[in-house]
Design a protein around this ligand. Sequence first.
Ligand code: NI
Length: 239
Amino acid sequence: MSRRITSLLAIAAVCVAVAPAPASAQVPKEPIDCSQVKCIALTFDDGPGKYAGTLLDTLKKNGAKATFFLEGQYVKSRPSYVKRMVAEGHELGNHSYSHPDFTKSEAGTIKSEIQKTQDAVKKAAGVEPKLLRPPYGLADLQVSDIAAEFGMPMILWTAGSQDWSSKNVKAIQKQTLAVAKPNGIILMHDWVKQTVDGMPSLIKTLKNKGYHLVTVSDVIKSQNLEPGDIYPVPEGWEK
Ligand code: NI
């Protein structure tokens, strides 16, 4: 090696040594404490939906986390999205395999609907959901007992975006902002194109209002839920 090349390499080495660390090398953030800061959990049901990939891109770009209550049949048909959800730090929940009303189902059907979805998620992403959202948010004591057998609390929502009914970007944003509250759990759907289309601007507005977009487990931490518990507790629920 000539003297000239050697000295160029030496200069290059110095440059590398003094270059500032890239943004990606920053120390990971402390876990968010939702009893101290304003948190909200966006939840997406019945997926992975058709637009899950675009939604995941938006969440990633904005450093936002979400919770996906997955339907086993779509986990089976779109496993790569499920894998991405886990890799990108989102939370997964079980929303049955084919979306029957659990309060009108036999115990055996409920158990197999839950188990098949656990198995599909495990196969797709190597993890098992720890939260159950019964289809339509409908549960009774039988469903609660079965959820307990699976070691899962049942998670409903504090408010809905009404996205499945309005299918309108502005209406979805307006409704979500109207019902947003600290430690709120918002029901949305990643099969509704308008929800996913409006997400960049909705996330920006929520952040401007001081919200941290976190997972359901982050916002329910202080509730200390046991398997079989339901949250929020629906009117008339007795156990
Ligand atoms: Ni659903």
